[in-house]
Ligand binder design. Structure first.
Ligand SMILES: *Cc1c(COP(=O)(O)O)cnc(C)c1O
Length: 341
């Protein structure tokens, strides 16, 4: 076990021991390889560098109260990576290989898995890049899959908390029939200026985008889906440009199990005024409760509850966190156990 101050660890990169790689050459994926290099050596004409042929994932491994190590919804991440690959003409990475790579990466970096109760976890960042040489715009013939692990601290340093968010009308995140549904690097390059301008150096936790066509429905945040609660109903946007969050999918499922109604439909900005609770959801925070959404261009402010996380959000948060750490049973097959760490 490393001597790390787990509870104050940021969401950032801390060097670990090994990463795991796999190369696609001559029309097929090779064997999983282990590396202790932190750099990659690629050709300057690789498609990832010029044309953004890149997709990534983000998932976490948790040490439970029982000392065992669990990865949350690994198969869902594997499938979403395959969908991202399809979306930008990269070969799919097989689900079994994905599982092998994640387990290996966790085992090899077992010293860096934060202890139970610290709120910290081991973040896994798989990615695939086009490494084949191209000058004209076309898919590469060679690819590199890579996953590295790094411990990340708890999202909420001072306990579960609500934060203000802001609507950005000046920019779109993704086109209605564009690449918004894929976790590809280009989407995030496009979000950096909107984020910087909208969040004003930390005044807001994150920006919300509206649908690019009508500019009146809530799409999602830069790297988190939106949900709201009213009348015992969990409501989340239906849109062709949002990234299908696995956390959101899990919360929808749990909300239904807890006796709530679940609705996936367009959410008009005006409807924000009617919600009892609202949140942003994703792997980093599970739920980041929203205290307020400002719509600066329209001079409007939507406040949810009393500025603290709402009761339904808190219930959902605790349930999901419990499953991740093994204090709640894994009734739905969401957990992959990692042996030997
Ligand atoms: C990764 C991501 C999310 C969250 O997805 P999870 O699977 O819940 O981590 C939501 N929106 C965007 C744009 C993302 O990139």
């Amino acid at each position: 076990m490393q001597n790390i101050e787990w509870s104050t660890l940021p969401f950032g990169y801390l060097p670990t021991n090994y990463n795991v790689r796999c190369y696609y050459r001559n029309g097929k994926w090779g064997e999983i390889e282990v590396s202790s290099e932190t750099t990659i050596n690629i050709h300057m004409a690789a498609t990832c560098l010029h044309y953004g042929q890149e997709a990534f994932e983000g998932l976490k491994a948790f040490r439970g109260e029982d000392g065992k190590v669990r990865i949350f919804r690994l198969e869902e991440n594997a499938k979403r990576l395959q969908s991202s690959c399809d979306g930008i003409m990269m070969p799919q990475f097989p689900i079994e290989k994905f599982e092998e790579a994640m387990k290996k990466c966790v085992q090899l970096n077992a010293d860096f898995i934060p202890p139970y109760g610290s709120g910290a976890s081991l973040y896994l960042r798989p990615l695939i890049i086009g490494t084949g040489i191209r000058v004209g715009v076309s898919p590469a013939d060679e690819y590199l899959f890579l996953v590295f692990a790094t411990p990340v601290g708890p999202y909420f340093k001072g306990g579960f908390q609500a934060n203000p968010y802001v609507i950005t009308r000046k920019y779109d995140r993704a086109a209605p029939l564009g690449t918004g549904t894929y976790k590809v690097g280009g989407n995030y390059a496009a979000s950096m200026r909107p984020h910087m301008e909208a969040c004003q150096g930390g005044k807001y936790a994150c920006e919300f985008y509206l649908d690019a066509k009508e500019k009146c429905y809530i799409d999602e945040a830069g790297a988190a889906n939106f949900f709201a609660i009213k009348d015992n109903t969990y409501i989340t946007p239906l849109s062709t440009s949002i990234l299908p969050s696995i956390t959101n999918k899990s919360l929808m499922f749990l909300a239904e199990k807890m006796g709530m109604k679940v609705e996936r439909r367009p959410i008009h900005v005006d409807e924000l005024a009617t919600f009892e609770e609202a949140g942003a959801c994703g792997t980093a925070a599970v739920i980041s409760p929203i205290s307020r959404i400002d719509d600066l261009e329209n001079n409007k402010s939507y406040v949810f509850g009393d500025g603290k996380p709402g009761p339904q959000s808190e219930k959902l948060y605790n349930k999901l966190r419990g499953i991740q750490c093994g204090t709640e049973p894994d009734e739905y097959g969401w957990i992959t156990m990692v042996e030997g760490c």
